[in-house]
Design a protein around this ligand. Structure first.
Ligand code: XIL
Length: 369
């Protein structure tokens, strides 16, 4: 029910791409020099992208094969896909993505074991009865779910977003879900402990979308408090995934550099590894004109990535899709002028855009880690 439903614009964007003469990814960036994964690897960074089962068409996969060293399933490892029905587990869509990564020698990230947000839980789970002792019942369910998902994918998933988006940006507190009702903060601890037990060699990550623009202050504060709590309670966690959906629904010009640095510094001081897990640039408040817009997107990206790559603790960088026609933002936060967003490194024609150049330039400028 929550799976990605393509909008009319999505479909049109897809058709436009399909109708154009095929451009191979190799040809598309032959002039641009080395692939993004090669540029990243020179600096000790693993570069990649999200991929969804619905967009596994040849030309798109060619771009991923050329540019990416790591893949993360966009939706297929989420509970609303795997456990859409209470009585059966559906690994087929996730297996398709895992198979693509394996066949092409790419690493695989896992996203996500506990998306602790009611909007992204299947209805049956929202109404679940954890029994006479809800804390015990909830713990049993959560541990069993994590066990089944982690053991299904085994060591292929080298890094897991164990818990996703559990902080409410409006209050800075942990969101209310069936799990927090039964267990409070303990559901977060249990999720990480179960992940450590059933994916013992994987990197374990907390992932969230607090961004560097104004308006994110409460969200950042809440996430920082959570990161502190996880450390204070000795919860097994290795990394902090900064989603990096920058532009933040039309606030691209409100970046707060020093506040953001202080926030990232705090995570580093607490000995978290850093990851950019879902990078894209929302261009809602940039002009309709394509050249001006692409320049604005590229400039915001370079500014952000320069700052982020200055942290040597950051060694993974994933985009949330590689071509504009396959970006979730088209349906999620459409522009007022109704033209498609341009948030990813490649256009709907599968040709590289200034954003790809900006990413390459930021990687070239990044210090080695
Ligand atoms: C999004 C997907 O891109 C969409 O296709 C889906 O409909 C909803 O989820 N933060 C996350 C990701 O952690 O899982 C979200 O992905 C984007 C925001």
């Amino acid at each position: 029910m929550f799976t990605h439903i393509p909008t009319r614009r999505h479909i049109l964007a897809g058709l436009t791409a399909a109708a154009l003469p095929p451009v191979t990814a190799g040809a598309a960036h032959a002039d641009a020099g080395p692939s993004l994964k090669a540029l990243a690897a020179e600096k000790g960074i693993l570069f990649g992208s999200a991929l969804s089962a619905g967009t596994m068409e040849a030309a798109y996969l060619d771009i991923l094969k050329t540019e990416c060293g790591v893949i993360v399933p966009e939706n297929e490892f989420k509970v609303y896909v795997i456990a859409a029905q209470a009585d059966r587990y559906n690994f087929a869509p996730g297996d398709a993505i895992a198979g693509f990564a394996r066949d092409n020698g790419m690493k695989l990230r896992g996203h996500t074991l506990l998306w602790n947000k009611v909007e992204f839980m299947p209805k049956w789970l929202l109404n679940i009865d954890f029994g006479r002792k809800p804390a015990l019942g909830a713990e049993r369910y959560l541990r069993d779910y994590i066990k089944r998902v982690c053991t299904h994918y085994g060591d292929q998933v080298f890094s897991w977003d164990v818990v996703n988006e559990t902080i409410d940006p409006k209050t800075g507190e942990i969101r209310d879900t069936p799990f927090t009702k039964a267990l409070g903060f303990d559901c977060i601890r249990i999720a990480f402990e179960a992940a450590r037990e059933y994916a013992p060699r994987a990197q374990l990550v907390y992932n969230d979308y607090m961004s560097w623009e104004a308006g994110n202050e409460t969200h950042r504060k809440g996430v920082q408090k959570l990161l502190e709590m996880l450390r204070n309670k000795n919860v097994p966690i290795d990394g902090f995934g900064i989603q990096s959906h920058i532009g933040n629904d039309g606030h691209i010009k409100e970046a707060q550099h020093s506040e953001w640095r202080a926030f990232v510094d705090a995570a580093v001081d607490m000995k978290y590894r850093l990851l950019i897990t879902e990078f894209d640039v929302n261009d809602k408040d940039l002009p309709t004109d394509i050249a001006a817009r692409d320049a604005g997107v590229a400039a915001a990206a370079k500014d952000y990535l320069d700052l982020m790559f200055s942290y040597k603790e950051l060694d993974q960088f994933l985009c949330w899709g590689m071509t504009d026609n396959h970006s979730w933002l088209q349906g999620w936060t459409p522009r007022a002028d109704k033209t498609p967003q341009r948030p990813t490194p490649y256009g709907a024609d599968y040709r590289p855009k200034p954003l790809r150049e900006a990413i390459a330039a930021a990687l070239r400028a990044a210090p080695k880690r």
